[in-house]
Every structure is written in C-alpha cells, then in structure tokens.
Design a protein around this ligand. Sequence first.
Ligand SMILES: Cc1cc2nc3c(=O)[nH]c(=O)nc-3n(C[C@H](O)[C@H](O)[C@H](O)COP(=O)(O)O)c2cc1C
Length: 358
Amino acid sequence: MDPSALRPPPPDPSATAEMPRLDHVPGPIRLGGDLVVDPPLVLAPMAGFTNIAFRRIARRLGCGLSATEMVMAEGVVRGHDRTLEIAALSPEERPGIVQIAGSDPEVMGRAAAILVDRGADAIDVNMGCPVRKIVDRCAGSALMKDPRAAAAIVAGIKRHVKVPVTVKIRAGWDDARQCIDVAKALEAEGTAAVAVHGRTREQQYSGRASRDAIRAVKEALRIPVLGNGDVVTPRDVLEMVRDTGVDGVMIGRAALWDPWIFAQGARALREGRLGPPPTAAERRQVLAEFFDETAAIRGEHTASLQMRKFASLYLRGFPGARRLREKIQTMSTRADFFAVIDVVFAEGATPDFAQIME
Ligand SMILES: Cc1cc2nc3c(=O)[nH]c(=O)nc-3n(C[C@H](O)[C@H](O)[C@H](O)COP(=O)(O)O)c2cc1C
C-alpha cells in the first residue's frame, strides 16, 4: 500500500459553513434476506486497518454496516489460517460482510460458500484493489476493464450461496466512464448493491474522487448504490448524497481518526445538523477499548505494534501526539500505550476534524 494513500485528501474549496439541504434523505437500505443497513453509512474495507476490533468500535459508534478486509478467495478455499482469521466476523457486527477477491468464478463461489458456513451474512467482491500483485491476476480493479468477467464472478458466487452479493468497484480502470457498463452487467447478474469509489485504478489514491462517475452509476441502476471517496466530515456525507443521489455513503480513511463520523453523519442526514462532538474523555475511552479488545484477540505485543499506526492516525490534531510521535512509534507494551494516551488526553484538546484536514 502506498503510504500516501493515508494522507488526508485536500479540503474541498467549495465547502461552506452551511449544511447542504437535501431534497431526498436516504433511509435504511434493504439488501435482501435480513440485511438492512441502517443508517445507510458503511465502513469501507481497508486492509491492515478494518480488523475485527476496529469494526466493532465503528459499529458501536453508529456505523450501519462493515465488511472485513479483503481476503483472497483462493486462500479461503485452501483453508489458509491467517486468511480465515481475517475473514472472521464477531457477533457484534452482524449482519456482517466478508470481502473476497479473485478472478475465477468457481473458486469465488466455493470461497463464498465456506464463508457463509462460517457466518457471513453477505459476500462483497473487491473490484477496486489497484495493487499490481492483484491486478496481474485479473482480480480487483482489473475487472473494471471487463464487464463480462465481472458479471461472471457474481454469477459464480450466486451458484454457491443464497445470501446477498455486493460489489465494490472503482470509477474505472483508466477511464471514469467504465464503471457504468460494469455496474449494469453486475446488476443484470443479481448483485444486491454496488459501492463506487470515484477514482480510476490509474489514479490510485491521487486527485479527488469523481462524484460524476458515482452519479452516473446511480442513474444507470435500480439496485442501491453507495458513494465512496473523500468523505471526511458529516458535511461531505450530505454533499455526496446531494451531488450523486446515492442510497448510502461508504467511509474509509476518515473513520480511522474520527469513528464518530457515522453517528454525526446519520444525525446530519436526519436533522440537517450535528450533535455535540465527542469529548476528549470519550475519545480516550474508545482508543483504550480498542487497544484492550485488540490485545484480547491478538495479544498485547501485536496490539501495541498495531496501535502505533492507529494511534498516529486517531490522534491527528492532538498537540501532545505530535510531541510524542517517537514514543508512539516505539510502543511495545500496554503500559507504553497508556503512558502515551494519558499524556495526550490530559491536555483535554478535542480537535476540530475539519481543520485537521487542512
Ligand atoms: C490502507 C487502505 C486499505 C484498503 N483496503 C481495501 C480493501 O481491502 N478492500 C477494498 O475494497 N478497498 C480497500 N481500500 C479502499 C477503501 O475501501 C476506499 O475505497 C478508499 O480509501 C476511498 O475511500 P475514503 O476516501 O473514504 O478513504 C483501502 C484503502 C486504504 C487507504
């Protein structure tokens, strides 16, 4: 993963202080079966970040649905231990989705069947991953070049499982119009919903996500469409809906430093205004729970190592975190972790997320 992917996108110069007014406020999304997404705000899968402990936190803080990090279908079929561990869902995140990647419809179908047996309520297919190792195997965003191959994957999965199948796509491979034909082909095979990250594979994570591409997919389909890319504040949630007409919004990187974006975004959709921001004590509590839940699953040492990258994102904008950057990067025990957060939160600053982005 290119580390620049985690740099916040530049602020939108057209953003105003007023919350945008919506003609139509999206409600709960019904994906078939018992799967209802309410509020229609979804955590984007992010490999290396949206692990089981993080997803639990996001769900507790109001996220309507989350998917696991991407796993390769082949690894699932082979029973690869680490793959199955990444694909595991906790009872707190039901209904829960597992995201798979691959190019062979039969292998994808067999992997989906295994995952449904292990508790997945739906299967999401990754057609957006830009990484060379994946696209060289005709998987991830390589499928944006080939609507028939993309549709064949959904058909292959649906031969094996009855749960809803959703797909996450990009705007295209090298042209932001390619998503329309791919999305139509996916809908024709019975895809339950499509999430569109408004960048092409060629763009990787650079530039801004195209809302035109997302709107074009929304206008072309009858199934629910989620808009994704550069949604970093509750206002962006409303603007994404206003500019594209989507049924729901998928949020990735911003949730890593502001998991309250789901509750705040839901309130902004419902009431056109924000609730009070989390206090420093609430933010500390959530980070502490996150550490302890990660440690309970993966052990104290791994939790400490993981928390180096999470804490530096989560504590963005806290002056103490900037000062203690070196300590954060060398934490290796629970005591190290708490020593850092005790200092950072003792200062009591609750950052303004809009300013962090600037
Ligand atoms: C570190 C990282 C890991 C990601 N891993 C995945 C993944 O496993 N599956 C996937 O579909 N997208 C993945 N993505 C893409 C995100 O789901 C999302 O589409 C992208 O970050 C744009 O949304 P955002 O601007 O809200 O972050 C990843 C993105 C990042 C930054």
